[in-house]
Write a protein that binds this ligand. Structure first.
Ligand SMILES: [Zn+2]
Length: 409
């Protein structure tokens, strides 16, 4: 059976880990930073050496294409080269490197393919310096207004916009080069799982059926500030206590729903946050994710059952943002599963909790994703790690999936 090269893939992972190396096993490679531009140039150099033509669009998304035997829309694979602050060597970059390795295998082993194959690098997936995440795939898929994105200011340098960084990068190309259904027939993105499930289950491959829908709510509790030494307990309106009771209430109710539901209170603030003053105003967030819209509806029902007053404090809440569940193209998901079977790799179907560029592309062309395990479930940190043997299995599944698509589309 045709296989990608472990040695070549390992070399790629090592080579790209130098761009933004923190010296502690990870990288800081903000989109359009010097480090990210070095990585882009290395990507371009390597793809051109394989005979690819490299173009960029007006959001600096990169498309490196090798021709097929027929004049058909290209099949795409890839991910992102940018990272969060002190991120790992696998999130995003592995999807680019695996796609590069697949193309290298096709070229070096003379594997025939009818469609051109394109390795894509999406600009600013992380949104770590310029918000939001998945910015450039979002623009070209019609999710974000381009002008608003160009005006996005760097978190560490207010006044410095994404538009300026883009212009300075030297990677702005023609709007005509944007991904479109006329030019591209399908996308398969390989990514690390970023969670512990595959490793815990002892499985090689995640066959990704889609991206979980999610909601994010912000709750506000209004009480009354007062002196910690003089106000008897029975007269208090302690907004923090009311918030704690509500968090407990939410946990108790949400735990009765489907076991795949994940929910998090990751942000909480207390005002005035002074140890001698009863908290007057407390806010917290609730992030909840599940693939089934019915379960999300049940979450909303539970939120709706919170009384307007808890422990004598006024309770209000509002949706900060939400996204609907994205389902990938069933035929492509089947190809991923079949490819894993072909190699005898163990696998399971699953949904992605995190967002990925592929979820926006899925609205435009047939799309699927492949997950490989994350050791310890670590991601967005320097501990992020996937053994190269697992990376190779993912690359092989990607190779085979692209070949199935090549036959059928
Ligand atoms: Zn990523």
């Amino acid at each position: 059976m045709v296989s990608c090269s472990l040695e070549r893939l390992e070399e790629k992972i090592k080579a790209f880990s130098k761009f933004g190396d923190t010296g502690r096993g990870g990288v800081t490679r903000y989109s359009l930073s010097k480090e990210a531009i070095d990585a882009r140039n290395e990507f371009k150099r390597r793809m051109e050496a394989l005979g690819a033509t490299v173009v960029t669009d007006d959001m600096a998304n990169m498309y490196a294409t090798v021709t097929g035997t027929e004049n058909l829309p290209a099949i795409m694979s890839g991910s992102h080269l940018d990272s969060v602050k002190q991120g790992g060597n696998y999130d995003g970059v592995l999807g680019v490197l695996a796609a590069m390795e697949v193309v290298e295998t096709m070229v070096k082993e003379n594997i025939p393919h009818r469609h051109p194959i394109t390795v894509v690098v999406w600009t600013n997936e992380e949104g770590a310096r310029f918000e939001p995440a998945m910015m450039s795939s979002g623009v070209i898929c019609g999710k974000f207004e381009k002008e608003a994105m160009l005006a996005s200011e760097a978190k560490d340098a207010p006044g410095y916009t994404f538009g300026e960084a883009l212009e300075k990068s030297g990677f702005v190309g023609d709007i005509a080069n944007r991904m479109s259904p006329e030019k591209y027939s399908a996308l398969v993105e390989l990514h690390i799982e970023q969670g512990p499930v595959l490793e815990r289950e002892g499985l090689d491959i995640g066959v990704v059926e889609g991206v979980c829908g999610m909601i994010n709510y912000e709750f506000t509790f209004r009480g009354q500030a007062g002196h910690a030494g003089t106000t008897p307990m029975k007269y208090r309106k302690d907004a923090l206590y009311a918030a704690v009771r509500t968090i407990q209430y939410l946990h108790d109710r949400l735990d009765t729903l489907d076991g795949r539901l994940v929910y998090t209170t990751g942000k909480i603030s207390a005002h005035p946050n002074i140890h001698t003053i009863i908290p007057e105003e407390v806010r917290f967030t609730l992030d909840a994710r599940h693939q089934d819209p019915e379960v999300i509806r049940q979450v909303l029902e539970i939120i709706g059952s919170i009384p307007p007053e808890v422990e004598k404090c006024e309770v209000t809440y509002k949706e900060a943002w939400s996204r609907k569940t994205v389902r990938f193209t069933p035929e492509l998901v089947d190809f991923v599963e079949k490819s894993a079977e072909d190699y005898g790799y163990t696998h399971m179907r699953m949904f992605s909790g995190p967002g990925h560029d592929a979820q926006y592309v899925a609205d435009v062309i047939p799309t699927a994703m492949i997950f490989v395990p994350s050791v310890g479930g670590h991601s967005h940190c320097e501990l992020e790690y996937t053994p190269v043997e697992n990376c190779l299995k993912g690359a092989n599944v990607l190779l085979k999936t692209l070949l199935y698509i090549d036959q059928r589309y």
